[in-house]
Design a binder for this molecule. Structure first.
Ligand code: FMN
Length: 244
C-alpha cells in the first residue's frame, strides 16, 4: 500500500511503504516515487567531508575467533551529512545500529567506505547520485580490502535503504566476496524511513546463493538517532532470537 505524506517543512511529497520497524523479511518492498525529503534542521553549515579512512581488517586470533571471542562480524555502510528527518548528522543511522549489534555480540566491525567519496553531503544531491548508480547498475568501489572472512561464521550486513534497495556499493561487496561468504550465516539489517527491510534478505540471498540468510531487522533511521534506548532493546531482542 502506498501512502502520500505531506511532511511539515519537507520539500517534497513522497510515497513510502509502511512496512515499518521490526523483522520484515517477507514484505514486498515498495520503492518510493521519490526518497523521503529531509526536514532541514537548524544546522545549515555544510559538514566537512572526511577523506575515506584507511580500512583495516579487524584483528582475528589464530583460532579464527575475534578478539572478543565471537565468530561474528558486522559489515555496514552508512552516511553522515544531511539525512531524511534527522538533519545533518555526524554519526550515521546504520552505524549506530551496527555498533549496537557489535556491542551485544562481541562482533568485529567492518565499515564499507567508498574509495572515492563521491557521495554528496546534501540529501537532495545524494538521492540523485544514488538513483543514477541504481539506474546504471553501478558497482562503486570501496576503500581497502574486506577482512579475511574465513574465521567468521555469522556476518551481519547492514545499510540504509536507498531507493527501495541496498545501495549499489553493497552489491560490490557481495559480489567481490561471494566465494568467501559461501557457507556463512548472513544476517541483513537496514535503517530506513518507511520501507522497512525492503527485500534486503531476498536480494542478499540472490546475490549470495551459497550462504544462509537469517531473519533481518529494520530500524527507523530517526529512531536510531533519537530513541536509542528503545532501539537497543529491539536490537537485543532480535539478537536473542538469533541465539545471542
Ligand atoms: C539516496 C537515498 C535514498 C533513500 N531511499 C529510501 C527509501 O527508498 N525508503 C526509505 O524508507 N528510506 C529511504 N531513504 C532514507 C534512509 O534509508 C534513512 O535515512 C537511513 O536511516 C539513512 O541511514 P544512514 O545514516 O546510515 O546513511 C533514503 C535515503 C537516501 C539518502
Amino acid at each position: 500500500m502506498m501512502k502520500r505524506n505531506v511532511i511539515t517543512g519537507a520539500l517534497t511529497a513522497l510515497c513510502l511503504s509502511l512496512a515499518g520497524c521490526g523483522t520484515t523479511g517477507t514484505n514486498e518492498p515498495q520503492i518510493p516515487e521519490a526518497p523521503p525529503a529531509p526536514e532541514v534542521q537548524e544546522e545549515t553549515a555544510a559538514p566537512e567531508v572526511a577523506a575515506p579512512a584507511e580500512t583495516e581488517a579487524p584483528a582475528q586470533s589464530d583460532e579464527g575467533e575475534t578478539a572478543a571471542g565471537s565468530d561474528a562480524l558486522v559489515v555496514y555502510f552508512s552516511r553522515t551529512g544531511e539525512q531524511y528527518t534527522v538533519g545533518v548528522i555526524d554519526h550515521g543511522n546504520t552505524a549506530i545500529v551496527a555498533e549496537m549489534i557489535a556491542e551485544k555480540t562481541g562482533a568485529d566491525l567492518f565499515e564499507i567506505i567508498p574509495e572515492e567519496d563521491h557521495y554528496p553531503m546534501t540529501y537532495a544531491e545524494l538521492t540523485e547520485v544514488a538513483k543514477k548508480e541504481q539506474n546504471d547498475n553501478a558497482r562503486p568501489s570501496y576503500a581497502g580490502k574486506a577482512p579475511d572472512l574465513s574465521g567468521y561464521g555469522t556476518i551481519f550486513i547492514g545499510s540504509p535503504v536507498w531507493w527501495g534497495d541496498w545501495p549499489m556499493i553493497m552489491y560490490t561487496f557481495f559480489e567481490e566476496n561471494a566465494d568467501a561468504l559461501a557457507g556463512k550465516n548472513l544476517v541483513p539489517f537496514s535503517t530506513h524511513e518507511g520501507s522497512g527491510l525492503s527485500g534486503f534478505d531476498r536480494k542478499l540471498a540472490s546475490a549470495c546463493p551459497d550462504s544462509t540468510v537469517l531473519d533481518g531487522l529494520a530500524i527507523r533511521g530517526n529512531d536510531a538517532q533519537n530513541k536509542q534506548k528503545e532501539v537497543r532493546e529491539t536490537v537485543n531482542d532480535w539478537l536473542s532470537g538469533l541465539g545471542y
